[in-house]
Design a protein around this ligand. Sequence first.
Ligand SMILES: [Zn+2]
Length: 303
Amino acid sequence: MIGNLQLTWPSYGIENATYAGKSYFIFHTCTVDTGLFILYHAYQAHSDEFRALFTSDALHIYTVIRRTFQLVETEGWTIARLYWLTEHNLLTNKHSNGKYDLMNTMEAIVFQFVKPMQTFPIKSQCSCNVCPKRIREHTNVDISLMKTNGKFLNFLPSFATTREHPCRADLGSVKPRKYPEKYSIDEKFPVVDIATNITHIQKRYICEANRTVGKAKFLHQSPFVIVDVGFDPAFVRDLPDPLYIGEHTYNLSAAINNTNQHFTAMIKAQDGSYYHFDDTHHKGCISHDGRILVELALYVLQM
Ligand SMILES: [Zn+2]
């Protein structure tokens, strides 16, 4: 029970289960158990309107998540987990006794497949019109919470404003003639030789013009957002809630604790109370005061 929500949950390990005609023994399942359970809780705790976001065909992961949770309801957690693990080709570490070991990070087993939802392109432009890297574009899926004076910000600065920094593009080893903007000389610039993969230290000329980085914005309407708590783990109750990401408001739904390579989760119910999910506990979820260190958090789009 989480708040007034009664959910079935995956208990540790998969023993002698059959899926698609093959039999499976899997241990160290706390990654898949914990990762999928917090997503399942978030999916069930919110409205039909929220669940309808997963009917979008923009990304394959929406379909996989719907299918996984449908299997939880119809076939139970063992089949749902095996579907997830085989769909993502995660059963690769087979011991000589025929059992699979799932010891890995949350990122590798669950979150890397969820994160395409939170893809955001980053575009930046150098103010120098002859800069060799005038426009740069790349996409990212990684988000970290920011702190000032030891306190978490309740928004992501990169989604709120444009930023400026020196360009630092490499202008080459020859002194630029009539470069219209500021440049500097870096005596110890590392240059990688692509053919030999050896890094040489060279004298290079560097663009110091202003580079403006545009406001980040999600490519898709992302129902879930996975965030890194930052360099130091923090108590779940100290995490910002709500978290403003661009024009959207996100609520804290769960966070991941990792103690001695065993993953558990803190789940925040909609009444603000906390529950500790541990797949090795006979009850699954128990009430908690939120004083537990977490390193990753799951935020859910407020509709
Ligand atoms: Zn530049």
